[in-house]
Design a protein around this ligand. Structure first.
Ligand code: ATP
Length: 257
């Protein structure tokens, strides 16, 4: 039996990756487990987006290596990396229909064969947008636009998914729906997901592992569940503060089950 890459799992590793925008230095040395959802949290400016951009290839390390499935992807442009990315907004081209925006995940020149159209229709159905294929992004709600971005991820079918606060501008109930959609897609495809969020409840809802950044470096790593106990890392507890997710209470553990 041959296993495809998703079944093998695709680990992501930043090996002593240094980088600097201007004066602020970053040094990332961290591994993301294959086929898991890892939440990436940390104070504003700690380097979460920068880390994702290094994996995606939008930023180039000054030194160190980015490894995906053990292969150094440093020389590859973003389009050649086995990665998809969803941002908080501006994922879509305003002048293209929903169907064509999704089609870009299949072919950047939108030369689409019959099989591509079938895949696009299937992806739009999976994210709950069947019937809205011909709409423009401005004719959709914020949540629907993010569903289009997820449909594009599905047709692009890369083993690594980078999510940079994709649902931060959505209300709580809708955010939960979208997170459950991501968790459902992850259960089907088993991508390796790096999920940047400021919301502890979002990390808790779908995250399995946690990478906590502080000041341009990894401050703590571990299982998400362990971060939300009283024994969780001190810097993390300071960051999330008081509130239902800041008390390390057993209520949180109960909610999960
Ligand atoms: N293109 C850029 N040019 C110069 N500095 C930048 C650039 N992008 C980010 N920075 C700086 O690098 C630091 C880290 O930014 P980054 O966006 O990675 O942080 P973050 O943890 O994602 O923050 P936030 O939670 O606010 O989104 C910040 O101090 C930011 O001002």
């Amino acid at each position: 039996m041959t296993l495809n890459s998703a079944e093998n799992g695709t680990a992501v590793r930043l090996e002593k990756v240094s980088f600097s925008h201007s004066e602020a230095p970053f040094l990332f040395d961290v591994a993301f487990a294959a086929s898991k959802i890892t939440a990436i949290m940390g104070p504003s400016g700690s380097g979460k987006s920068t880390l994702l951009n290094l994996v995606a290839g939008f930023e180039t390390p000054r030194s160190g290596r980015v490894l995906i499935s053990g292969a150094d992807v440093g020389a590859k442009p973003p389009s050649a990396r086995p990665v998809s990315m969803v941002f908080q907004e501006n994922n879509l081209f305003a002048h293209l229909s929903v169907e064509r925006n999704v089609g870009l995940g299949r072919s950047p020149s939108l030369r689409l064969a019959e099989a591509d159209h079938v895949a696009i229709a299937g992806a739009l159905k999976r994210v709950g947008l069947a019937g809205k294929e011909q709409r423009l992004p401005r004719e959709l709600s914020g949540g629907e636009r993010q569903r289009v971005a997820l449909a594009r991820v599905l047709v692009r079918d890369r083993p690594v998914l980078l999510l940079d606060e994709p649902f931060a501008s959505l209300g709580p109930a809708l955010r939960d729906d979208m997170l459950d959609l991501v968790a459902g897609v992850h259960a089907e495809r088993r991508m390796t997901v790096l999920f940047v969020t400021h919301q502890p409840e979002d990390a808790h809802r779908i995250g399995q592992d946690m990478v906590f950044l502080d000041n341009g470096a990894v401050a703590a790593t571990g299982a998400v569940a362990d971060f939300f106990t009283k024994a969780g890392p001190e810097a993390f507890r300071r960051y999330i503060g008081a509130g239902p997710f800041g008390q390390g209470s057993r209520d949180v553990a109960r909610k999960r089950t």
